[in-house]
Each structure stands twice: as C-alpha cells, then as structure tokens.
Design a binder for this molecule. Structure first.
Ligand code: AHG
Ligand code: MN
Ligand code: MN
Length: 335
C-alpha cells in the first residue's frame, strides 16, 4: 500500500535535501498546520456552533470583527505560543505585538498572521483562508517590539496559506518552491497532493473589484479596459473575470490555472495606499507567488522589497502570471 507524504515528512525531506537541520522550524510549522486544522474545523461547523455573524468590536483598521475573526486569532495563539519556538506574534486582529507569556520558553522566530482572510465571506459560506509569515527575531530583549517585525518580505523564513474551500489545503514555501497539501480528515493529516506548484506564465483571467474603477490610476484603467475589449481590442483576445473577495482563494486559483489579481493603489481614501496589509497578506502571498514563478508588485516596486513602516501598513498589490503582471508594470513605467 502506498501511503502519502505528510507535511512533517515533507519538511524533513526538504531540509535534508538542502543540508539544513532546523528542528525549531519543523516544530513551528507543525503547530501552524495544527492551528489551520482547528480553524478548518471551526469554519466547517458553520452555524452549528453559533459562530456566524459579527461582534460589536472593530479591529485596528476600523473593520467590524466577525466572531470567527476573534476565535481564529485565539486558536492561532493557543496552538503556537507554548512550543518554545516563538519570540512574539502579530496579527490583523491585534493592535500591538503579542508577547509570549513569561511561563513559556521564548524562541527565535516571529509569527505574523491573518487568521481568517476573506471573513466577509463566512456568513455566505464562501471560501475563506488563513495566511502566515515566519521571520527571524534579530533582537535580544525578552519580548520583541513592533520594530522587530518590520522586516522586508525578502527576509521571510517561511510563509503559507490555508484555504478552507471544497477541501482544506495548506500551501507553503520555505524558499525552496511551493508545495500544496490536502487535509485528509480520516487521518487528520495534511498530505502532499500538489508538489512543485508553478503559476502558468500566461493567462486570460483577471481579478479586481470593479466597483472601485472610478478610483483607479491610469495604468490599471488602461489594462482592465483592454482586457474587457477582448478580441476586438488591442490585446486581440478575450479575457475572463473572477472576484471571490478572499485573497487566499484568488491566489490559489492563480497558482493552479494562472491569472492576475489586483488590489491596486486608488484614490478612494488618500490615507490608504491600498487595501491589503503588507505584513500578513501581501508579503507572505508575494513570497509564495515568486517561489511559484509569478511576479508581485505594488505597480512601482517589488512587494518583497518594500521596507515596512507599520505592523498594519497597507500596500497596493498586483500579482500573478509573470507575462501578464509585466504588461501592467509596463503601463506603470510609462506613467
Ligand atoms: P480580511 O477578511 O482579512 O479583512 O481580508 C479581505 C481582503 C482580501 O482577502 C480580499 O481580496 C479583499 O479584502 C476583498 O476586498 P473587497 O471587500 O473590496 O472586495
Ligand atoms: Mn485578509
Ligand atoms: Mn482577516
């Protein structure tokens, strides 16, 4: 009988192949995988466990928190804080850095996460996800401060996302390509199902929230109008459009069958450079996209090179199939 490769076995194999032996990272990734299993279970139970709907509270971005935003944040903390690998955590749902309680051993990694991405979709039973990024703690104080987290995306040690879709998947990178695992609920393990994931370089599918069109800059206006013009326009071919409103689901679709995703800079709110958050959305997803052969940019700069200035900083995002992102970037270059 052929048994599958679990995520723990895969990561051990990957380390051996790269002549590294980082048991702390293996342990931490195992805890993150466990957190995603617990979240998958909570999301799957849906209304049966009374966790649908919103709270009266807002997060630091002024967004009304869903009950599940807070529950999944707590699941992530409880699952990962005791292992001894973490120096601290930060997340979309916490204003400031989370200190590892003094009674637990402190480690050398920082964990940054969006516990429930696309949470507006949870009440309507559409796919949601979890995004995480692992950084080195380079400081020496017992508890890191926000400045310790503000490292460009190129410094990520590992990143990944879980997608709670028609099946639950975990897609990860440690800088050696991108690999996807499907949760086998019979045995409670993520099993390797999508080795060496690569984004097709060409695409005919774009994703953008068109309700913001009047706020877009000229290069994005031009690109989208050329896609919509299809065969009769300058691109000479028809395009298809998708918008799930869960970044994890969009990125996963793009890795599987190609595409371009944009939440670009717009003039909707001059105080916000974009909608998506650099530290726990754009950076981990950009690491994955680049490792899968795609490109990820603000339109003006590679996302992974952006020097973060705040834990909850927003950034414009244009990512996906290499040749198509290059078209959008060429329009920005001509601004
Ligand atoms: P979150 O639920 O973590 O706040 O993130 C939602 C993000 C992202 O997942 C998605 O691509 C985008 O917001 C959707 O934005 P619109 O509501 O403007 O469609
Ligand atoms: Mn999100
Ligand atoms: Mn979220």
């Amino acid at each position: 009988m052929q048994i599958g490769t679990t995520i723990a076995q895969f990561l051990a194999d990957e380390q051996r192949a790269n002549n590294t032996n980082n048991t702390d990272l293996l342990a931490l990734m195992g805890q993150v995988a466990t957190a995603c299993k617990v979240i998958s279970n909570a999301v799957n139970k849906g209304a049966l466990s009374g966790v649908m709907g919103s709270l009266d509270s807002e997060n630091i971005q002024g967004e009304t928190q869903k009950k599940l935003d807070v529950i999944t944040n707590e699941i992530f903390i409880q699952t990962t804080e005791r292992g001894g690998q973490l120096a601290g955590m930060a997340s979309e749902e916490m204003d400031d850095v989370y200190d590892i309680p003094a009674q637990y051993a402190h480690g050398k990694y920082l964990l940054v996460f969006d516990p429930l991405d696309g949470s507006s979709n949870v009440d309507v039973n559409i796919s949601v996800g979890t995004i995480f990024s692992i950084l080195h703690y380079e400081g020496s104080a017992a508890n890191p401060v926000a400045a310790d987290f503000l490292q460009p995306g190129t410094k990520q040690v590992a990143a990944g996302y879980a997608l709670y879709g028609s099946s639950t998947m975990l897609v990860i990178t440690t800088g050696h390509g991108v690999n996807g695992f499907t949760l086998d609920s019979d045995i409670g393990e993520f099993v390797l199902t999508h080795p060496g994931m690569m984004i097709p370089v060409d695409t005919k599918e774009f994703a953008i929230n068109a309700s913001n069109q009047r706020f877009w800059e000229a290069p994005v206006q031009r690109y989208v109008s050329e896609c919509v013009a299809g065969k009769t326009g300058p691109r000479g071919r028809d395009f298809n459009m998708r918008w799930v409103a869960s970044m994890v689901a969009e990125v996963h679709r793009i890795i599987i069958r190609g595409g371009i995703f944009m939440y670009p800079k717009d003039t909707k709110d001059p105080a916000k450079a974009g909608k998506l958050r650099l530290m726990y959305e754009a950076n981990p997803m950009s690491f994955i996209v680049e490792q899968a052969g795609g490109l990820s940019s603000t339109g003006r700069q590679r996302i992974l090179d952006v020097q973060p200035e705040g834990l909850h900083q927003r950034v414009p995002v244009i990512l996906g199939s290499k040749n198509e992102v290059e078209v959008v970037l060429s329009y920005h270059a001509g601004m």
